[in-house]
Design a protein around this ligand. Structure first.
Ligand code: NAD
Ligand code: IMJ
Length: 256
């Protein structure tokens, strides 16, 4: 008996086996959920398809979230194949590399637009298509954020502004979708070594800071995040919506 037996979920944001979305997918599958996967472009198909197939998934589709046509195709396919949906995992973000260094002050209009489009608006776009399939089933939508939405973190820049918009979007979506018994929650994860953290100036310093200053005196693991994702997508959290849960070893509660 799993917590998610007979449930169906779709995962956005697997790039490889280090992705937060992949750790979440594994635990959801372990608890009985049937999964669909999307990947961000043809180049990622060869990485994502074998992972998805290893969990027995049959729905594996391209979805660049800046493309409404691709989003429509994904939800058409899910509607056709399953007719309903219980869970949606939004675990994706993008900003141009040049916006993730130096001063926020230099953010270009186009760089701002792209970062907010991929990293924040996409949640609205996905939630709107998912809602008719999820209505009345007590399911959930989760998204991933980072502390840079709340405090200034060096180099996070436009991504911090995008994450602030993402967290606010999740709250407004929770209000819209609550009457349909669809819950929307955010996990604010501590730093983890994934593709999205590669080549980030000062990343090691941030990991060291969490290890020495967080209440738990350690960095978080992918399994820490996955456990909270399972809670938020299962009936265990049936009364929780519009919330931001920090999975950060307690780092964000600390003052000096
Ligand atoms: P990751 O690189 O494995 O995942 C990021 C995903 O975003 C990739 O799968 C990529 O394909 C996808 N993506 C980028 N542009 C896209 C687009 N246009 N359309 C569709 N997908 C697109 O890294 P991750 O660390 O697993 O990141 C997942 C989420 O977790 C992100 O929202 C990230 O901001 C958040 N997060 C990461 C950390 C960290 O330290 N790694 C901490 C807190 C929050
Ligand atoms: C990213 C940039 C700067 C500082 C950062 C990060 N810190 C952490 C991250 C301190 C933890 C990772 N993170 C939380 C993200 O949300 C990353 C998003 C991201 C990463 C890249 C790298 C490659 C690229 N564009 C990106 N867009 C978004 O070209």
């Amino acid at each position: 008996m799993g917590l998610l037996d007979g449930k169906k979920g779709i995962i956005f944001g697997v790039a490889n086996d280090k992705s937060i979305a992949w750790a979440i997918a594994r635990i959801l599958k372990k608890e009985g959920m049937e999964l669909a996967f999307t990947y961000a472009g043809e180049a990622l198909e060869s990485r994502v398809r074998p992972l998805a197939e290893s969990l027995g998934s049959r729905i594996i589709l391209p979805c660049d979230v800046t493309d409404d046509g691709q989003i429509d195709s994904v939800f058409d396919a899910v509607g056709r194949e399953w007719g309903s949906l219980d869970g949606l995992v939004h675990s994706l973000a993008f900003a141009r590399k040049e916006e993730l260094k130096g001063e926020y002050l230099t953010t270009s209009r186009d760089g701002f637009r792209l970062a907010l489009d991929v990293s924040a608006y996409s949640l609205v776009a996905l939630a709107r298509r998912a809602a008719p399939l999820m209505e009345g089933r007590g399911g959930g939508i989760i998204t991933l954020s980072y502390y840079g939405s709340e405090k200034v973190i060096q180099n996070y820049n436009v991504m911090g502004v995008a994450k602030a918009a993402l967290e606010a979007s999740a709250m407004y979506l929770a209000a819209d979708l609550g009457p349909k018994n669809i819950r929307v929650n955010t996990i604010s994860a501590g730093p983890v070594k994934t593709l999205a953290a590669m080549g980030i100036t000062g990343f090691k310093t941030i990991l060291d800071s969490v290890e020495s200053r967080s209440p738990l005196r350690r960095n978080i693991t992918l399994d820490d995040v996955a456990g909270t994702a399972l809670y938020l997508l299962s009936g265990l959290s049936s009364g929780v919506t519009g919330e931001v849960i920090h999975v950060d070893a307690g780092y964000s509660i600390m003052g000096v």
